[in-house]
Design a protein around this ligand. Structure first.
Ligand code: PEP
Ligand code: MN
Length: 337
């Protein structure tokens, strides 16, 4: 339920409404816009049946949120959400690029990539220390050692770190070393994991599940937000279709759709979306053109030797050319990069 307050509603009136709603067991989120304040009441709305909210002083109107996802919905928050991560905004005018290897493989390679992407004006380095591999016999990531290399890369370059959390038992450790927690596609509906990251204050990149609908995707964002963590970045990374030439089918229509349905920032991962390095740049361009707030891309100094996802990783010169191209598209879109 959204309670739109009159422009002249007093602090005292707002406090009174908030208290009455909280007494009924609802969680109240106050959003102060430029013109007026709006209250979002989340919880079992049946308790509101007996409460004549519209009669409360200061209330202009009461609007139900019809979507099953409430906090994530555009109805709840009409303006775009900008998430500030150590001063770096995601969701505003500037498009952010998150680049790095699929997995942290060793210290030298990570520090080298960090230096190279930093020189391209990138603010975020990615790299998995815990890898969700299809086969238990392939490289699973360096774990804590990998997290330490990421932290060292941050220390040396000022880049912010994005890394995946797979298991709630590792959350304290990952929390300590990363600036953004990534929830991978395979865990998009791991509700226990979502609930866990929802109760921490670290921004989350939530990747769309391999066969998740947009509604299911937003319901997963809602899980995180319902626990109090509203810093959720949605990532379209391709879905599974009948097509086999590409690893997945990058659903770029999800970008403007998510922007219509939700106020959360939306980024695009063309690397996992297509699975082939020579299709990554065109889809990164398309992602920016579709209105994405960021591009997450896999980069490797020597993809032939990569321990995972070498076939979709960009060599550094290719990455630099991609940056040049998406910068031009960003300009056309009235964005900065
Ligand atoms: C990744 O970004 O490293 C990754 C494993 O992606 P996804 O969860 O989208 O497959
Ligand atoms: Mn990968």
């Amino acid at each position: 339920m959204i309670i739109v307050l009159r422009p002249d509603a007093t602090e005292e009136q707002i406090r009174h409404i908030k208290e009455r709603l909280e007494d009924l067991g609802l969680a109240i989120h106050v959003s102060k816009g430029k013109e007026r304040t709006v209250l979002g009441a989340i919880g079992d709305e049946r308790v509101l049946q007996e409460l004549p909210l519209a009669a409360f002083p200061g209330v202009e109107k009461v609007v139900p949120i019809l979507k099953p996802y409430k906090l994530a919905s555009r109805e709840f928050h009409s303006e775009d959400t900008v998430i500030h991560i150590n001063g770096v905004p995601i969701g505003g005018k500037k498009i952010q690029v998150i680049a790095g290897p699929c997995a942290v493989e060793n210290r030298e390679m990570l520090l080298y990539i960090a230096k190279e992407i930093k020189s391209e004006g990138v603010s975020f380095i990615r790299g998995g220390a815990f890898k969700p591999r299809t086969s238990p016999y392939t490289f699973q990531g360096l774990g804590l050692e990998g997290l330490k290399y990421l932290a060292e890369a941050r220390e040396k370059t000022g880049l912010l770190v994005v890394t995946e959390l797979m298991d709630p038992r590792d959350i304290e450790m990952v929390y300590e070393y990363t600036d953004v927690i990534q929830i991978g596609a395979r865990n998009m509906q791991n509700f226990r994991l979502l609930t866990e990251v929802g109760s921490y204050d670290k921004p989350v990149i939530l990747k769309r599940g391999l066969s998740a609908t947009v509604k299911e995707f937003l319901m997963s964002a809602e899980y995180i937000m319902s626990k109090g963590n509203h810093s959720v970045i949605l990532c379209e990374r391709g879905i599974r279709t009948f097509e086999t030439y590409t690893r997945n089918t990058l659903d770029l229509s999800a970008v403007p759709l998510l922007k219509q349905l939700s106020h959360l920032p939306v980024i695009v991962d063309p690397s996992h979306g297509v699975g082939k390095w020579d299709l990554v740049t065109p889809m990164a361009r398309a992602g920016v053109a579709a209105g994405a707030d960021g591009i997450l891309v896999e980069v490797h100094p020597d993809p032939e030797k990569a321990l995972s996802d070498g076939e979709q990783s960009l060599k550094l010169p290719v990455f630099k050319e991609m940056m040049r191209q998406i910068r031009a598209i960003a300009q056309v879109m009235g964005r900065e990069l």
